[in-house]
Ligand binder design. Structure first.
Ligand SMILES: [Zn+2]
Length: 304
């Protein structure tokens, strides 16, 4: 727990503007050395680095829906996560001036929240299980797979954010799609940092970084279907936003991907801020099962 918060790397993808009015994804690197401007005044919706950004996060998937269960595994080295930074964004005052969405404070089951299964890509190098694109330590994505943030995922996130805002909560997108190269840089920065923290022991440094940061090609963010919200670190745990997210994200099609106490199964320590879009039907089933995605599909997650 303290580990992550100790890490001052700034991944700070942010630029969120809650209501989804604007979501920017940093395209520049997290630079470890500079405790990155503590950013965000959530209220303004601008992050210190917003300007540098641009990457247009939304994209449309190409595709070919339908069931596929391809299993390929282009083995590239890869990675994913990147708990990062300390943003000062924790507080919520910007309550996404919720453009008066429809819902009442009740969010639940209204069909307006319903999100369909994401579109599938017709690419034999990808691994789909029951229509779900898998990216974990066991299953990687090719380096050139760069779909951007899935548009359905993004739209559903906006509904989620707006519903939360109706209850006075501020849930904003901090990191969405991350390319293979960007993830490589993030991961390498973490390895470097952990190596330094461990007296130059590179093996240990890598080992520790692997508990919270994915190697390039293994990051779920590269699927365009994962989103990190709010501060992206352990300070998010237990906040009203985190609790709400855990209880309601499935209604919008998301699952909390790396739950507490499941590190041995998912391969990653608890990430209260990382949600993965799979569509409302499956998300609800997984949520109700109490299982992780790995357990639900009976797959593993470790670097082979
Ligand atoms: Zn994440």
């Amino acid at each position: 727990m303290k580990r992550i918060s100790k890490i001052t790397l700034i991944l700070m993808a942010a630029a969120s503007m809650t209501a989804c009015g604007k979501v920017g994804e940093r395209s520049s690197l997290p630079i470890p050395q500079q405790p990155a401007a503590t950013v965000t005044e959530a209220a303004t919706g601008t992050s210190a680095e917003e300007s540098t950004t641009a990457a247009d996060t939304t994209t449309t998937a190409a595709a070919d829906s339908s069931e596929t269960v391809t299993t390929t595994a282009a083995d590239t080295e890869a990675a994913t996560e990147a708990p990062a930074a300390n943003t000062a964004a924790g507080s919520s005052d910007n309550t996404a001036a919720a453009p008066a969405q429809q819902q009442s404070a009740q969010t639940s089951s209204s069909s307006d929240n319903y999100g369909p299964a994401p579109v599938q890509y017709d690419d034999s190098r990808l691994t789909y299980i029951n229509g779900v694109l898998i990216a974990n330590k066991s299953y990687s994505l090719p380096a050139d797979f760069a779909p951007g943030l899935d548009s359905t995922c993004y739209n559903q996130f906006c509904k989620l954010s707006n519903a939360a805002a109706q209850e006075g909560l501020n849930i904003y997108l901090s990191s969405g799609f991350r390319s293979y190269d960007y993830q490589a840089q993030i991961y390498n920065n973490y390895v470097e940092r952990e190596t330094i923290n461990n007296n130059g022991d590179a093996v240990k440094g890598k080992q520790i970084a692997d508990t919270y940061s994915a190697r390039p090609g293994h990051s779920e963010h590269q699927t365009g279907l994962a989103i990190d919200v709010n501060q992206i670190d352990d300070s998010f745990i237990g906040t009203p936003e985190a609790i709400w997210l855990e209880n309601h994200c499935h209604e919008f099609g998301f699952i909390l991907r790396y739950p507490q106490g499941k590190q041995d199964i998912t391969g990653y320590q608890y990430e209260s801020w990382h949600i993965r879009y799979v569509g409302t039907d499956l998300a609800t089933q997984i949520h109700n099962s109490g299982l992780t995605l790995e357990e639900y599909f009976g797959i593993d997650s470790y670097y082979h």
